[in-house]
Design a protein around this ligand. Structure first.
Ligand code: F0G
Length: 357
């Protein structure tokens, strides 16, 4: 196993696909030590697993290599999903790789530009629905059942099988189980997937303990956080979820039950962060560490900042934050936060004057 390169398919014996997979070489993403941000928070052992470095720029590729391979294995002729953006970009690319048509449903006006661009360019049929993500998921579910189309949202268990490899890679890169694993939570598939994978390693006797699974949501869209904090048996959906982190703008997470179990069984935490805290951490990651992520991804690190400031975590913990998608996914939110480039005439004096040198 150790001789194989880091990737989703390094762990193929623990994955359900038996045909040659549809792959774009997903996984094997970097694990970065967050030296400066860690120092500023008093956390010497803070890391980020940059899932934005996958082929289409998000962790969804780990699930799609499995999901679209299973679609072929099961002889399905068409694939579909509803998406806040990244799932649609990934599905479009993997369907193109597999040579089968894809349909994607997006909540109108609430999907970041880069993600729509990807879905369109990879040739999916892109439908913009006048409703939020939760409604588009209901619609695509009905479509798939009535028309024999293969549904590739995180209700599809095979997709989660691929995503569980994030946890495996973290342990292989760190050389040990981290104390805490932190993920942004939207539909709650990823945190459930990683927990499932690590539980399997524990039953194989490969690891002794599990990390404390910690879920971070945006304040305007935080049903899982409310359920954990209120010790509720199940989540109460948000009817009108709202956040700048459109990737996790989800009011009724379909995998909520599994996520609650993951957090509770591992003694983890759930916390929400404001849009301001999310964007501030997006800038810190970019400017203090050179790591470019989209807003939803910055939520995991912003959550840790908040938790350490609240005194809720031990500063000596080894903490890995999963940053889930690339900065370029949402260029509009980036541009809005930065001053525009300085425009000058094409002369050296103008350049020196602009730089105040
Ligand atoms: N981060 C990013 C960048 C995402 O795109 C998503 C989910 C999440 C975090 C949350 O993961 O849903 O498994 O809890 N995006 C989905 C999509 C919903 O359609 O692309 P989750």
């Amino acid at each position: 196993l150790l001789a194989r390169p880091l990737s989703v398919w390094r762990y193929r014996e623990l994955l359900p696909v038996t045909i040659p997979p549809v792959t774009l070489q997903e996984g094997g993403t970097p694990l970065y030590h967050l030296k400066r941000i860690g120092e500023s928070l008093g956390l010497p052992n803070l890391y980020a697993k940059h899932e934005g470095m996958n082929p289409t720029g998000s962790f969804k590729d780990r699930g799609m290599t499995l999901g679209v391979s299973m679609a072929l294995q099961l002889n399905m002729k068409m694939v579909a999903c509803a998406s806040t953006g990244n799932t649609s970009a990934s599905l479009a690319a993997y369907a193109a790789r597999a040579g089968i048509p894809a349909v994607v449903l997006l909540p109108a006006g609430k999907v970041a530009l880069g993600k729509v661009a990807q879905a369109l360019m990879h040739g999916a049929r892109v439908i913009s629905v006048a409703g939020n993500f939760d409604r588009t998921l209901e619609m695509v579910h009905d479509l798939c059942i009535s028309h024999g189309i293969y549904l590739l949202n995180s209700v599809n268990p095979y997709r989660l099988e691929g995503q569980k490899t994030i946890g495996y890679e973290v342990i292989d890169q760190l050389g040990d189980v981290p104390d805490r694993l932190v993920l942004p939570v939207g539909n709650a598939g990823n945190i459930s997937a990683v927990h499932k994978g690590l539980t399997e390693w524990q039953s194989l006797g490969w690891i002794d303990s599990l990390p404390m699974m910690t879920g971070i949501q945006a304040e305007g869209s935080a049903p899982v956080v409310r359920a954990i904090k209120g010790d509720l048996p199940e989540v109460v959906p948000d009817v009108n979820p709202e956040t700048v982190a459109t990737a996790i703008r989800i009011g009724a997470p379909v995998n909520a039950e599994k996520a609650l179990r993951a957090i509770r069984q591992t003694g983890g935490l759930a916390e929400s962060v404001t849009d301001e805290e999310i964007l501030s951490m997006q800038r810190s990651l970019a400017q203090m560490e050179g790591i470019g992520v989209e807003p939803a991804s910055a939520a995991s690190v912003a959550g840790i900042k908040k938790l350490v400031e609240m005194g809720a975590i031990d500063p000596d913990e080894r903490i890995v934050c999963v940053v889930t998608g690339h900065l370029l996914k949402d260029p509009e939110t980036v541009i809005k936060q930065c001053s525009p480039p300085t425009e000058i005439d094409a002369t050296l004096p103008a350049l020196l004057s602009a730089l105040q040198l």
